[in-house]
Each structure stands twice: as structure tokens, then as C-alpha cells.
Design a protein around this ligand. Structure first.
Ligand code: PRX
Length: 683
């Protein structure tokens, strides 16, 4: 494995056994011992059809499936011949069972008035009614089964309603994170050939209004210039900020839904009909539209939600995932996995430190949150803000804590355990991806002894291993490539419009033949997630990070290429190379090395600083604030190999401030470049 350059420096020996359920106030653990986990895991691999078929039958089907699985690498079909509807399973099913008055969504707005924040509670009946009305409104705009509806909204209940309404009528949703810019909307709308956009006038974020509708207007203008007409924009009033209005194209959400009928039957969807597209970054080119289909995604997110968070209906639980619905975490663990489990899902609109750094803990206390799911980057911010903020609040309702998005450093893990879990709650560090749809490697809170920094063991149905390129399993302790060696229900079904990239990215890395699957080595029957990892002597998995040019900033994926393209689209920049660098809060920060055009070379430090600010602003407007480089250096040339490839490893060491570049530089074209780069200003 010398060529992957994966080396793990972590060594962590602490082990925490799961507490008794009484110790955290849980009625029971659904899986309560390692023996139980092992037996179920073993069965799920030996008999996936039996295992998943049984679970799937707990949900509602308009027509039962005939077969559970058919896998012709890289194409899997799950629950073949079945017809179901995910919106039905989230909403109507509970109403039909006589449970329509139970709370489905608890929502808290960001602004805090004299009487406290605005709080809304929606029952399953409310949710059924609201999704039906919006679905009828969409139909009246001409939206049909299979059409892609773009959703660009703040974290209001209507965002969840929008997704569910699409699912109800079989429209495919493509949610764009509200922190992205107009440029990001343009790329995604074009790629998906979407004609309808749902948005808000604005979104509250840390006390100010993000002008979502303005961004949509700007995107529509660019799209029109490129020959793509957006036919309808439906706008929800939330912040009452001033917005422009385009008669004919623009519609008011409240008006349209008020006039829409209350009845809208759920479309019986084929198991493999598309549910949504979600764009995520890759190492090359534009973001890719990851395709998820209906039944497999439904069954897998339902199952992982249940076992990983120990969800038990009628037990006064309140589940809170702090992610935005614009990311896969929000899709799977605010909406689709949680609602069918009949435990209320909490949505919070705004920032964790508005109006004060204890906002999250106030919410936990106010709503008696039992499961809390967040990202390591947030935990590191909490640590920095100070222990006194959580200490002021009653957090005894908490039963299970979760993390997701990036490797969690043991220090943050220990802080989470002590200051939020008060040394009682188990922590589930869940490894997964946009592409996997749901948790893949994760502890089960009542069964798995945990180690700070390890995502522990594979979930049911997941055959994970550490391999080399030929698929040879590596001994415990050595770093290698993470491989998933068998299909699972919520696996991605493709990259929208790019079959080749789908095969190349995920199904080409391992040169293996697997007797379980018909086709020989290409495409590979094993899935390659793009992460490096190792296992320890207990077989626990430790994720070491991406092995491609994807960086993970604050738990969100960015392709270095995307940031590079944004930089070179600025007139001053001729060439740019972007790499990740260690960052105290974000985990990974962004370092950019730019060569400038002679006409724009700044004169003096002040001009250089001004240009760096301008470049940061430019990247923010092209992609979104999340992609702003933390460090920009101007340089005469970038270090390249003789074949012209930028030597990223080298740039990474420089960005990390390593004194000696202790890497092989024999292929470097121009040694002097290296010295110059080191001298180049950082900032
Ligand atoms: O590198 C892994 C990291 O995040 C990547 C997936 O990013 P994305 O599709 O944006 O999904 C994030 C939320 C599911 C993975 O390839 N990652 C995610 N969770 C973990 C993680 N790395 C280590 N530990 C985790 N728990």
C-alpha cells in the first residue's frame, strides 16, 4: 500500500461500554449486546433478501414486491415489482393507523422575541394535509411524475413539506443548500433540466436575512441567457424582506396552497422510481447529481434511524438532527428515516450561537430532546465558546449523541461525552456519504463499546473491508482503501446524466472478481467510497479521510477543482491550486495557491491583501461562503511534475506549515518553485 501514502498516526486506547438504558432514561435498547449485533449482522450478510424483506414488510406497500434484490454490478434493483410511496409512509400511514394527532415535526424559528422564539408543532395529520395541498399546487403548475423540482429554502417546516409533496406525486426533488450562491443554483438547475423552483423570500441566519429569492432571480436571469427558461418560482414568505416579482413566473406559496384542494392521493411509485437528486462534490468537474430511488432508500433510512438512534414510538422521544435539509444528513435523518419511525423530528431554523452561544442547549432543554445528532465541526465550535454554555442547561433528557461528516478528533469526542452527554450517553460516530444514503459504519448505542475517533463496526447488511487495489484484505493496523463488498438498499443508483463517471468513480477502483456476482472485474462488484481507513485489533474502523482531491470542510464536501475554477474565473488569476490544510474548528480549511496575470499583480502588501479579499468574495459569490479560502498565497509558478501535474502533496505540506518537505520531489520540474512558495505570503 506504499502508493496510497496512507498513514495513520492516531492511537487511542480508551473504550467506553454502553450504559444500561436506565442510566440515560431510555425505555430499552433495541439492540442490547454485541452478541445480538453480531448475530443480526451475520444473518444480514448471509441472507440479505430475507433480512431486508422482513423489515420492508413493516412499511406500507400499494403492491408487494416480488423479489428483494437483483445485482448486476454496478446496478442494483431492490424490492423488485413493489409499489410504495415514501410520503405515504411518513405521513398518511400514521393518520390511517389512528395516530394523526401525534407530533410529527417540532420547529423552532431563529428570532427570539419578548415571548421567546416562534415554535410550531405539526401533527401527522397537519403534515398530510399540507403536503397534499402543496402537491396539488405543484400539479396545477404542470409538475408531473418524474419532473425535477428544485428546492432552495431556509430551514422552515415548508422545506420538509416541499420534499414530501414531491415524493407524494412522484416528482423528483433536488434540494440546494440555502448557503449556496446563485452560481450553484444555475449549475444544478441546468444539469437536472429543472423548470420549477421552490424558494423563500429570505432565510434567517444569525440575525440577518439571507436573500434567497434574490439569488433565485439572479440564477434565473443567467439561466435565461443560456437558453434555459425556469417556468415557475413559488415563493414562501418568511422574512418579509423586499423581493422583486416577475408576473407569470412568480407565485405566492400561501395563496397557491390556500386555493389548492385538501385531497391528493399518493402516487404508487415503483420501488426503483427516482425519489431525489442531491448534488455533491467530486474530485473533477462540476458537482454530480447523486440519484436515489424510492423503496431501498426508504427501507434503509428507516432501519438505520431506528437502530442507530434507538427510536421507540410512544416513549416521549424527540429526535434532533442539526444538519440543514440541503445536505444528505437532513434528507435522511430529519425527514425520511425519522418520520416513518413515529418519533417527533425537531427542526431548528438558524445558527447555533444566535442570540447566544447556548442556543442549542436551550433548545435541548426546552423540547426535552432525547437524541442529538451533529457534526464534529460544531462540537469544536462549542468547545471554543466555552463549557459554561452547556453547563447552564438541563441536558438530562438526552439519551443518545451522534456525530457525522468527518473524522472526529478524540479530544472533541471526549468533550462531547463529558459536557453534553454528562458521561452518561453513548456516542454514535456514523460514517456514511451522500452516495450511501444512510449510515454504513456506526456503533449501536446499546451494544457497541465505543472508542473516541472510531466509527466502530458496519451496520446490518454492510460488508466493509480495508483493501489494496487488487481487493486483498489488509491486516488489522495497516491503512488502506475502504471497500464495500456487497450492495445495500439505499446505495446510489447513478450520477444523473453521467454513466461513465458513475462507473469510473465508484466501481473501477478494485480489480477483483467476486464469485458472488456474475460479471468479471469491470465494472468492479465492490463499491469504492473514496476514503482511506484502517482497522484496529478489535476490527474497529478508523476513517483517515479522502484519498482523492475532495476536501471535507466543516463536514461538507468540496472538490478542490470547484474552488480552483471559481478562482481562475476571476480576471486576476491565471492558475490556481487548492488543497486542504488543518483547521482548528473546520477540521480542514482551504488553502489556495494562485499565479496572477502580470496586469493584476498587486503593488505592495495592502494591494495584495485587497486582492485576497476580492478573491474570497469572488469564490463566495461563485459557490457560496463555505468555499472561501482560509489562506491565499500568490506565487510565480506552481510546482509541477514533468508531465504537468500539480504536486498537491507538496502544496499540502506547505499549507500545513511543515518546516521540512519530507516528500519525494524527484519528479518536480522546477526546484526553485518550491523555495519561492515557502516564502510566499500567507494570509
Ligand atoms: O470522508 C468521509 C466523510 O464525509 C464524506 C462524505 O461526505 P458527504 O457525502 O458530504 O456526506 C456527509 C454526511 C454523511 C465521507 O466520504 N465522513 C462522513 N462521516 C464521517 C466521515 N469521516 C469520518 N467519520 C465519519 N463519521
Amino acid at each position: 500500500m506504499a502508493d496510497t501514502g496512507i498513514e495513520s498516526v492516531l492511537s487511542e486506547n480508551r473504550v467506553f461500554d454502553p450504559p444500561a438504558p436506565e442510566a440515560v432514561g431510555a425505555p430499552r435498547w433495541l439492540i442490547s449486546s454485541m452478541d445480538e449485533y453480531r448475530a443480526m449482522h451475520e444473518r444480514s450478510l448471509r441472507d440479505p433478501e430475507g433480512f431486508w424483506g422482513e423489515i420492508a414488510r413493516e412499511l406500507h406497500w400499494f403492491q408487494p414486491f416480488e423479489r428483494v434484490l437483483e445485482f448486476n454490478p454496478p446496478d442494483a434493483r431492490w424490492f423488485i415489482g413493489g409499489r410504495t410511496n415514501l410520503c405515504y409512509n411518513c405521513c398518511d400511514r400514521q393518520v390511517d393507523a389512528g395516530l394523526g394527532d401525534q407530533t410529527a415535526i417540532v420547529w423552532e424559528g431563529e428570532p427570539v422575541g419578548a415571548d421567546g422564539p416562534e415554535i410550531r408543532r405539526l401533527t401527522y395529520r397537519d403534515l398530510t394535509l399540507e403536503t397534499a395541498r402543496l402537491a396539488n399546487a405543484l400539479k396545477s403548475l404542470g409538475v408531473r411524475k418524474g419532473d425535477v423540482v428544485t428546492i432552495y429554502m431556509g430551514m422552515v417546516p415548508e422545506l420538509a413539506i416541499a420534499c414530501l409533496a414531491c415524493a407524494r406525486i412522484g416528482a423528483v426533488h433536488s434540494v440546494i443548500f440555502g448557503g449556496f450562491s446563485a452560481g450553484a443554483i444555475v449549475d444544478r438547475v441546468l444539469d437536472a433540466d429543472s423548470r420549477v423552483i421552490l424558494t423563500c423570500d429570505g432565510a434567517w441566519r444569525r440575525g440577518s436575512v439571507v436573500p434567497l429569492k434574490d439569488n433565485v432571480d439572479a440564477a434565473c436571469k443567467t439561466l435565461a441567457e443560456q437558453g434555459h427558461e425556469v417556468s415557475h418560482v413559488l415563493t414562501l414568505r418568511r422574512c418579509n424582506n423586499e423581493i422583486a416579482w416577475h408576473d407569470g413566473r412568480d407565485h405566492d406559496w400561501h395563496e397557491m396552497t390556500r386555493n389548492a384542494g385538501d385531497e391528493c392521493p399518493c402516487e404508487p411509485m415503483d420501488s426503483e422510481d427516482m425519489l431525489f437528486l442531491l448534488y455533491t462534490s467530486g474530485s473533477t468537474g462540476k458537482p454530480k447529481g447523486i440519484r436515489h430511488t424510492t423503496a431501498g432508500y426508504m427501507v434503509y433510512t428507516y432501519t438505520t434511524s431506528r437502530y442507530v438512534f434507538n427510536l421507540i414510538p410512544d416513549a416521549d422521544q424527540v429526535f434532533w438532527c442539526t444538519a440543514d435539509i440541503g445536505w444528505i444528513t437532513g434528507h435522511s435523518y430529519i425527514i425520511y428515516g425519522i418520520l416513518p419511525n413515529r418519533v417527533p423530528t425537531l427542526m431548528y431554523e438558524g445558527a447555533p450561537n444566535h442570540p447566544a452561544p447556548d442556543r442549542f442547549w436551550e433548545i435541548v432543554e426546552r423540547h426535552r430532546v432525547t437524541q442529538f445528532y451533529t457534526a464534529p465541526t460544531a462540537i469544536r465550535a462549542f468547545m471554543k465558546w466555552g463549557d459554561e454554555h452547556p453547563a447552564r442547561h438541563d441536558l438530562t433528557s438526552l439519551q443518545v449523541l451522534g456525530t457525522v461528516g468527518e473524522p472526529i478528533n478524540p479530544e472533541a469526542w471526549m468533550w462531547y461525552r463529558k459536557h453534553i452527554g454528562r458521561d452518561r450517553c453513548p456516542i454514535v460516530d456514523t460514517w456514511w456519504q451522500t452516495e450511501t444514503g444512510g449510515h454504513m459504519i456506526t456503533p449501536l448505542p446499546g451494544a457497541t463499546p465505543t472508542k473516541p475517533g472510531s466509527c466502530t463496526l458496519p451496520f446490518f447488511g454492510i460488508d466493509a473491508a480495508i483493501c489494496d487495489d487488487e481487493g486483498n484484505e489488509l491486516p488489522n493496523g495497516s491503512g488502506g482503501l475502504l471497500a464495500i463488498r456487497s450492495p445495500w438498499p439505499s446505495m446510489l443508483r447513478g450520477i444523473h446524466g453521467d454513466r461513465e463517471r458513475f462507473i469510473e468513480t465508484y466501481w473501477s477502483r478494485f480489480k477483483v472478481e467476486d464469485p458472488r456476482y456474475p460479471s468479471p472485474s469491470s465494472p468492479s462488484p465492490w463499491y469504492f467510497p473514496g476514503d482511506g481507513a484502517k482497522r484496529d485489533s478489535d476490527g474497529y474502523f478508523w476513517i483517515m479521510g479522502r484519498v482523492d482531491d475532495v476536501i471535507n470542510v466543516s463536514g461538507h464536501r468540496l472538490g478542490t477543482m470547484e474552488v480552483e475554477s471559481a478562482l481562475v474565473s476571476h480576471e486576476a488569476v491565471v492558475e490556481a491550486a487548492v488543497v486542504g490544510m488543518p483547521h482548528e474548528i473546520k477540521g480542514t480549511g482551504i488553502a489556495a495557491f494562485c499565479t496572477l496575470s502580470p496586469d493584476h499583480t498587486p503593488d505592495g502588501t495592502e494591494a495584495a491583501e485587497a486582492l485576497k479579499d476580492a478573491l474570497r468574495a469572488h469564490v463566495a459569490s461563485e459557490i457560496g461562503a463555505i468555499a472561501k479560502p482560509d489562506q491565499i498565497r500568490f506565487t510565480d509558478a506552481l510546482p509541477k511534475t514533468r508531465s504537468g501535474k500539480i504536486m498537491r502533496r507538496l502544496l499540502r505540506s506547505i499549507a500545513a506549515g511543515e518546516q521540512e518537505v519530507n516528500q519525494d520531489t524527484t519528479t518536480l520540474e522546477d526546484y526553485s518553485v518550491l523555495a519561492k512558495l515557502r516564502e510566499s505570503d500567507e494570509g
